[in-house]
Design a protein around this ligand. Structure first.
Ligand code: ASN
Ligand code: ZN
Length: 334
């Protein structure tokens, strides 16, 4: 039995947010009947078991880790915003496009410095971080990133190694970032940083406008880029996407363009104007869902996004394929 109720989440990172919850005979549970019945389980620092969160007054958490419900509200909010983003922008009804919501597991293990999507449980798992390098990993961009792994798995199914693995990771960073912008949350404003909210010492896990800031990611394509860890080879596509959406200079960062291989030239040498986030996201999503396959590499991604841009010309009111090609060239993937 489900009955939608209007609750409030006092989150760690996104302020106080409206949550649709489920009214039961004994109170409320952290389950959203309006979004595929997505719900959140408290793992209580264990790695199996857990129980759905319940509450008496439908006001959840206290914006700090002193209440274990706080991180749960970030996760539930992340699920809701990601659901709305895919539904309202891309016409996708849930991760598998079947109307069913995934569920979240929070407070997984102890000092667990990761969050991940699992195809087998069709669920999200969030650690609390070790408190030294990472805080609870329930921020909105992380939630959008992880759930997008589920979308990729159900569509292009990009193999998680080599260049296709970099494209898989970049797809999650791209859509996680678009989810963050879509939320228009005043406590967690959109940016091209990934995981900035969960860093104890500041900075970010990844920087889409200049991926090499992290010390490991590639700004530009080169023939050996597929040998990098997938979270670093993703830099090429993250950088491409930033240039396509925002251009080489924007409030979100100044972005280098590439000349030959991984050689960089300063912003201004090859200035690009952005086409905007909505157009860029629709092009990437169409390429992901109708062109890319498990073995798509960077050359294939260039072709897929150019073709997607051409097919979307009427929808978007302009054929952006030349801008897509220019952005790939600007990251060295000619
Ligand atoms: N948080 C990581 C990611 O989504 C988990 C993993 O290693 N796949 O990329
Ligand atoms: Zn990932």
């Amino acid at each position: 039995h489900t009955a939608a109720a209007a609750g409030t989440g006092r989150t760690l990172y996104s302020g106080n947010v409206a949550l649709t919850t489920n009214s039961t005979s004994t109170g409320y549970e952290l389950r959203d009947p309006s979004r595929g019945s997505t719900y959140t389980i408290d793992m209580k620092n264990r790695t199996s078991g857990g129980a759905i969160l319940t509450d008496a007054d439908n006001i959840w958490g206290n914006n700090t880790t002193s209440d274990t419900a706080s991180a749960a509200t970030d996760a539930q909010y992340g699920t809701a915003v990601t659901w709305d983003y895919y539904k309202n922008v891309h016409g996708r009804s849930g991760i598998a496009n079947d109307g069913k919501g995934a569920y979240n597991r929070v407070h997984y293990g102890r000092s667990y410095n990761n969050a991940y999507w699992s195809d087998s449980c069709f669920c999200m798992t969030y650690g609390d971080g070790d408190g030294t390098s990472l805080k609870p990993l329930v921020a909105l961009d992380v939630a959008g990133h992880e759930m997008t792994h589920g979308v990729t798995s159900r569509t292009a199914n990009l193999t998680y190694s080599g260049e296709s693995g970099g494209l898989n990771e970049a797809t999650s960073d791209i859509m996680g970032t678009m989810v963050e912008f879509y939320a228009a949350n005043t406590s967690d404003v959109g940016d091209y940083l990934i995981g900035d909210k969960v860093m104890v010492a500041g900075g970010a896990l990844r920087y889409m406008y200049k991926p090499s800031i992290d010390g490991s990611s590639a700004d530009c394509w080169y023939s050996g880029v597929g040998s990098l860890d997938v979270h670093y080879s993703s830099g090429v596509a993250n950088h491409f996407y930033f240039l396509l959406a925002e251009g080489s200079s924007s409030p979100y960062g100044n972005s280098p363009t590439c000349v030959s291989g991984n050689t960089r030239v300063a912003t201004g040498s090859g200035t690009l104007a952005g086409i905007g986030r909505t157009a860029a996201a629709k092009i990437w999503y169409r390429a992901l869902t109708t062109k890319m396959t498990s073995s798509t590499d960077y050359a294939g991604a260039r072709a897929a996004t150019i073709a997607a841009a051409q097919e979307l010309a009427t929808t978007l009111g302009a054929d952006y394929s030349a801008q897509v090609a220019a952005a790939w060239s600007a990251v060295g993937r000619n």
